[in-house]
Write a protein that binds this ligand. Sequence first.
Ligand code: ATP
Length: 246
Amino acid sequence: KADDTLLEVNNIEVIYNHVILVLKGVSLKVPKGGITALLGGNGAGKSTTLKAISGLLASERGEITKGSIQYHGESTQNRSPNDLVRGGIIQVMEGRHCFEHLTIEENLMTGAYTRSAAEAKAGLEMVYTYFPRLRERRKSQAGYTSGGEQQMCAIGRALMSKPETVLLDEPSMGLAPQLVEEIFSIVKNLNEQEGVSFLLAEQNTNVALRYAHYGYILESGRIVMDGDAADLRENPDVKEFYLGVG
Ligand code: ATP
């Protein structure tokens, strides 16, 4: 279903600080309405790939030196992160990044800067429907909420822009297994019920492949394998190297 492709990354090379080559020709596709996982160990280049797509590379002195990225068939190069958010694509950065001194609700509202007041109100209701914990904690200062609640807050804030595609970086990081499941099942609900497409970067291959439809495995800046999530889960190499099963 080639025409279902929303986002296409074609053979990109990324260099930091003009010298450090981190992505050595990465290609991937994100179909409309799918959950696509980008897997791989520490330092493989997952975050870099997401930042190349969302336009956040520039602020880290990173540069796409080869290849191209298309969203709805149009090049994303030379578009600012803000412009891409208006275009429907937003990244949730690794490490949560909530404003600690603001309440959960104030944090969520900061994500609505591209929207009208009425849209923001409807967006807030939508976020609270999917994240009942955030509704409960809406008056709490974010810095005093748990790690899981802060991760939910970061995802909720991104949803306030009414994105078509969310780039989710390492949602499981630092969270207890039960919370990881809770967050992934909300991602699945958002995908199925709101039609949000996801590209998620994860080191936790096990959980990612249970929720994603398709996966890519990145090693040292190159995609070494890709396939349907169900097939990857059964693949002997994936089992041995990424699922911790001999
Ligand atoms: P992690 O889960 O640890 O973030 P990752 O797969 O997301 O891993 P990246 O964060 O994309 O990997 O990093 C890939 C490589 O690029 C690493 O070797 C890292 O040290 C390097 N790198 C990342 N950001 C920068 C930067 N701003 N300047 C220079 N090198 C960087």
